[in-house]
Design a protein around this ligand. Structure first.
Ligand SMILES: [Ca+2]
Ligand SMILES: [Ca+2]
Length: 212
């Protein structure tokens, strides 16, 4: 019975890890801390973070006040080298009309899929979530990202705050990601199998050696 209890707990732990909620945040300042007070409080970013899990990446913007989707549009632009040039390949959008991923097709932004954007009211933070699969994987050596918040609901015309300031993006190097996306699940599965084999040997009675 003990063996199956241990199996159950191990599987519960495995499923919990596979859910992939962010546990550690990498602050995106790149020696250029974001200003407070350079936009209306509900759209004024003060700290920006990134967090990768085994299957998803999370972008977090800490605002000077609670967000207001009725009056502002919140976006994160993502650019991979494979897309060529400095033009972002994807953008994550959060506004009154919903939260969704769009892709730049060369001439226009096109809808890809809905995404999760959650509010952490303690930190007045918006947390954007997107899967690597939806972005075509994270196979490049780095990714560039910048945040832009616009005046008006579901509007992309009048930026009221950009992070970082200026025209440059934040750069996230793949080597700086502590839990690289692709090896994590196979390594975890391998570790789980080894653990179960060890536990099975410990809890199940083995064959008795024949008397000599
Ligand atoms: Ca700001
Ligand atoms: Ca700014």
């Amino acid at each position: 019975m003990k063996f199956w209890i241990v199996i159950f707990l191990a599987l519960a732990l495995a499923l919990g890890s596979a859910q992939g909620q962010p546990t550690a945040w990498i602050q995106l300042d790149d020696s250029r801390p974001e200003d407070a007070g350079d936009g209306p409080a509900a759209a004024d970013m003060v700290d920006l973070y990134f967090s990768p899990t085994a299957t998803h990446m999370f972008f977090r913007e800490d605002l000077a006040a609670l967000p207001d989707v009725g009056n502002y549009t919140y976006t994160v632009y993502v650019d991979f080298p494979r897309g060529g040039g400095p033009v972002p390949d994807f953008r994550l959008v959060h506004s009154e009309s919903g939260s969704y991923l769009e892709q730049w097709d060369g001439t226009a932004w096109t809808f890809v899929e809905p995404i999760n954007v959650t509010l952490d009211p303690t930190n007045t933070s918006l947390i954007f979530e997107v899967s690597y699969a939806s972005l075509g994987g994270f196979n490049d050596n780095h990714m560039d990202a910048h945040f832009e918040n616009y005046d008006g609901a579901s509007s992309f015309q009048d930026p009221v705050d950009r992070a970082p300031n200026g025209n440059q993006p934040y750069r996230v190097h793949k080597r700086a990601i502590p839990n690289l996306p692709w090896p994590v699940l196979p390594a975890f599965a391998g570790g789980l199998i080894v653990s179960l084999l060890v536990l099975r040997r410990r809890f199940l009675p083995g064959k008795q050696d024949p008397p000599s």
